[in-house]
Design a protein around this ligand. Structure first.
Ligand code: BES
Ligand code: ZN
Ligand code: ZN
Length: 498
């Protein structure tokens, strides 16, 4: 799943070298900073100074000088980080990933990072290590002939004498990255493998962890559970749909939970309102909201925050066929609202309507966040650079924006003014599943708002960011990104302090 694992963690290079040799020692260097020889044998000190002089190395961002060393340290990489004052934690994340890819291209199997040369506080150290882990991700593809030269696993040694909690920081960075990698893996798996049943098995496995329990509802229960809106989508698919609920009790017994809800469409053909063929293969990614929830669940299972959380995923395929829902059909959601289905391709909101209102009713959460590849329109608005966020609570949006700037996962708010709710009123039912008058992302958000009552809630439309983003730094060259896993863990962690 993840190709990088931590081997050793120590305060000095000497201590690591007592037991092991390293293929590559990595040293970060800020512009105009004094060169750091702390960890280096005086024997090669001179040749380093020479090499840096010849290469006119001054710490410009991204600039590299590779030096060949002794037996115990085969190579030393000096890596430019630019001006220290301009170096955000996001730059550290990106550059760590770039270094990781460079090491991979050298065929390196084991490297050693001098954390103190990059980071002077816990926050930056975590970002740096996240960059190494997340940037090293490779999807273990289904190709039967792999390139023999490809490095598929590397081990990292970490040295730091200045960051006293480096062990905990490394555990957190590694746990979050395992969540991101799981989310990416699930997104990348094709729909004939990654079915609703497959997702439910993953959830059950994670829920074997301390303080967690899983309950999976089958499509055969949906009608009697009054999940009529979800059932409308699910009944067209032969592959059985599942509603997955995982309860995490890490906090006090009477503390209301935070609910995290994901759209888990393992394939979206559009149903009777069939999508055009171009890029339809990409609709295997329509479960990335559910994969984000599972990624967060994985990180929570490892990090065990002192919180209560309900994880909910509505998972099904959206298929055409004689059993499929028709345009014009009217379905009734769990909260009693009737919905006229004018386009069977606007199915994600039908699934989420039931999961949101079911979780809200059964668990009385203190707040809810949903994750969904909900609209193509969000790509028109924000491209592949930012996730669209909407909600009924300015406080929650603000808190998520703070998490966004801490984690580098960009979000941008779109308004959910009450006027937009006019655009989803139906002639035949309470509401219709498509809006009139443009603003496709906002009318989808307004639709979801009908199913959360007064509970503080935010909706994250990840259709532009869950896959197909630029391969910069820690984003993969292709496929699923695992977006929002780190963002939401940061939000959860900070909600502990409030
Ligand atoms: N899963 C799609 C949204 C989507 C489309 C994500 C393209 C990523 C790329 C969703 O179920 C959908 O089909 N939405 C429709 C809604 C429309 C019919 C109102 C859309 O966005 O076109
Ligand atoms: Zn659709
Ligand atoms: Zn969809």
């Amino acid at each position: 799943m993840i190709s990088l694992s931590t081997n050793k963690l120590n305060t000095s290079l000497d201590k690591i070298l007592e037991q092991d040799k390293t293929d590559l020692l990595i040293i970060g260097h800020y512009k105009n900073a004094k060169l750091n020889y702390n960890n280096i044998d005086s024997m090669i000190e001179k040749s380093i100074a020479n090499a840096l002089k010849i290469e006119k190395f001054d710490g410009d961002i991204g600039k590299k000088v590779l030096i060949y060393g002794s037996n115990s340290i085969s190579r030393i990489l000096f890596y430019g980080l630019g001006d220290k004052i301009k170096c955000s934690n996001e730059i550290l994340r990106v550059e760590a990933a770039n270094i990781c890819n460079y090491s991979k291209s050298l065929g390196i199997k084991s490297f050693c990072v001098d954390v103190d040369s990059f980071a002077s506080n816990d926050f930056d150290a975590q970002a740096l290590l996240e960059g190494f882990y997340i940037g090293s991700y490779v999807y273990k593809s289904h190709r039967t002939s792999n390139d023999k030269n490809e490095v598929d696993s590397m081990s990292m040694n970490i040295i730091s004498s200045k960051i006293s909690s480096i062990k905990d920081i490394n555990f957190k960075a590694e746990s979050l990255s395992l969540g991101v990698s799981l989310s990416r893996d699930l997104g990348n798996e094709p729909a004939n493998i990654c079915t609703p049943t497959y997702l439910s098995e993953i959830a059950k496995k994670i829920a074997d962890s301390k303080n967690m329990s899983a309950k999976v509802y089958d499509v055969s229960d949906f009608e009697k559970m009054k999940l009529g809106s979800f059932y409308g989508v699910a009944k067209g698919a032969k592959e059985p749909a599942k509603m997955i609920i995982v309860n995490y009790q890490g906090g006090a017994k009477n503390e209301p939970p935070i609910a995290l809800i994901g759209k888990g469409l393992t394939f979206d053909t559009g149903g009777i309102s069939l999508k055009p063929p171009a890029k339809m293969d990409e609709m295997k990614f329509d479960m990335c909201g559910g994969a984000a929830v599972l990624g967060i669940m994985k990180a929570v299972s490892l990090l065990q925050p002192r919180l209560n959380i309900i994880f909910g995923i509505g998972s099904t395929e959206n298929m055409p066929g004689s059993q499929a829902m028709r345009p014009g059909d009217i379905v009734k959601a769990y909260n009693g609202k009737t919905i006229e289905v004018l386009n069977t391709d606007a199915e994600g909101r039908l699934v989420l309507a039931d999961v949101l209102s079911y979780v809200n009713d059964k668990f009385s959460p203190k707040c809810m966040i949903d994750f969904a590849t909900l609209t193509g329109a969000v790509i028109v608005a924000l491209g592949h650079r930012a996730t669209g966020i909407m909600g009924n609570s300015t406080e929650m949006v603000k808190d998520l924006q703070k998490s966004s700037s801490r984690t580098g996962e960009k979000i941008w708010e779109l308004p959910l003014w009450s006027e937009y709710s006019e655009d989803i009123k139906s002639k035949y039912a309470d509401i219709k599943n498509i809006g009139s008058g443009g603003a496709g992302t906002i009318t989808a958000g307004s639709f979801l708002k009908e199913f959360v009552n007064e509970t503080p809630w935010c909706h994250l439309d990840i259709a532009g960011t869950a896959w197909g983003t630029k391969a910069t730094g820690y984003n993969p060259k292709f496929g699923a990104t695992g977006v929002t896993v780190r963002l939401i863990y940061d939000y959860l962690e900070n909600s502990l302090d409030n």
